[in-house]
Design a binder for this molecule. Structure first.
Ligand code: PEP
Ligand code: MN
Length: 389
């Protein structure tokens, strides 16, 4: 079941749509005493998306009452779109409804409610949910007032390095281990990851140490295997607009860490989150990891400037990946501290027992002393930014 909320500004009423049958359930209308449903033909969906207001008729409304509403809408210089459904008719309104009082329609006979549709498909938006989202884990919460470090190697390389890393992290109070079993590499000749074998190693590390696992899902084929082995499913930058994959993780019961596409605008990124949420998985963590620009002094341009706007538009937790954002381990600590200051809820850091021998991304990986040092500086500074670690 796929729910999409149409919501009304400026208050927080919401309307839920079931995409499969194109039924719209009005769940928390101010006037509705019980959930009401309306249904529109598939062909009308495109129009609905353009509508800035929706006049929902009562289920027993007469044709003459619908006609009267149409007349009044036209009288306001607006365009009505009658969408007859199985249970009731909705009349979409296009044109500038900003200055129109919806009460004008609501007083008409046969009208259930008029709904202002400001931003459709914005489950990720703060208009829809004002308070910051907290994602709970056995190991601790991710979200407001906390700052979470997720650390570990780029790839699962073998069992001993993962167990060693997990034990080190746990001993320092870091509760989330990152490591890719499936690796999206630019070159087909580069190490592609250990695949399912790698997932088994991650599961073993979780079993032994109790650490939470963050690992990447690259294609739908391995969704179940990755979901089982992970506590957070990572979607990489190259897959941010892989819509089949986004829909698939929308069905997962594990939180999703959604990396920003390397050329994605903020809206593209939030719409990708919307895909996951529209599938029913509301536990999305956004992760800025650097974008492509003309700059060539670093691997990517870490866009810390996106954090205040994403925070103002969305209630979802936001992480930063300064490792992929800079590409050089020497730059990682400064950008980690800056991420905390900019309002991020945590960081995703590459760290390796022997970075110079890493099979992928060694140059941007911290060694254990480097990670320990950074973690203690973050811990010291976090309270100044209203966060605990
Ligand atoms: C990674 O986290 O190792 C990774 C491949 O990240 P990205 O998708 O941001 O390149
Ligand atoms: Mn990497």
């Amino acid at each position: 079941m796929c729910d999409i909320i149409l919501h009304e500004a400026p208050d927080t009423e919401c309307r839920t749509r079931n995409e499969a049958s194109h039924k719209f359930r009005l769940t928390s209308g101010s006037k509705l005493h019980s959930p009401a449903v309306f249904e529109i033909p598939h062909s009308e969906l495109r129009i609905l998306h353009r509508c800035t207001m929706l006049v929902v008729m009562q289920s027993h409304a007469a044709d003459s009452e619908v006609a009267r509403v149409v007349e009044v809408i036209k009288g306001q210089g607006l365009t009505p779109h009658v969408m007859p459904g199985a249970t009731r008719t909705a009349i979409g309104v296009t044109g500038n409804t900003g200055a129109v009082d919806k009460a004008l329609f609501e007083v008409l006979a046969g009208v259930e409610e008029a709904i202002r549709v400001t931003k459709p498909f914005k489950l990720a938006s703060r208009e829809m949910k004002r308070d910051d989202t907290t994602i709970p884990f056995k190991q601790g919460n991710i979200g407001p007032k906390t700052f979470t470090v997720i650390a570990g190697p780029c790839s699962v390389e073998n069992e001993s390095m993962i167990l060693k890393t997990a034990e080190f992290l746990v001993s320092k109070g870091i509760k989330f281990l990152r490591a890719g079993a499936f690796k999206p590499r630019t070159s087909p000749y580069a190490f592609q990851g250990m695949g399912v074998e790698g997932l088994k190693i991650l599961s073993k590390a979780r079993e032994r140490t109790g650490i939470a696992i963050v690992t990447e899902l690259m294609d739908t084929e391995f969704a179940t295997a990755v979901e089982d082995a992970s506590d957070i499913i990572q979607i990489g930058t190259r897959n941010m607009q892989n819509f089949s994959l986004l829909k698939r993780v929308g069905k997962c019961r594990k939180p999703v860490l959604l990396k920003r596409g390397m050329s994605a605008t903020l809206e593209d990124w939030l719409m990708a989150a919307e895909y996951v949420m529209a599938g029913g998985n509301y536990q999305v963590i956004l992760c800025e990891r650097g974008v492509r620009t003309f700059s060539d002094h670093s691997r990517n341009t870490l866009d810390l400037g996106v954090i205040p706007p994403v925070k103002s538009l969305s209630h979802l937790p936001v992480f930063v990946d300064p490792s992929h954002g800079t590409g050089k381990r020497g730059y990682v600590p400064a950008m980690s501290l800056a991420s905390l200051a900019a309002g991020a809820d945590g960081i995703l850091i590459e760290a390796h027992p022997e970075p110079d021998k890493a099979m992928s991304d060694g140059a941007q990986s911290l060694d254990f002393p480097g990670l320990e040092n950074l973690f203690s500086r973050l811990k010291e500074l976090a309270p100044a930014f209203g966060r605990t670690m």
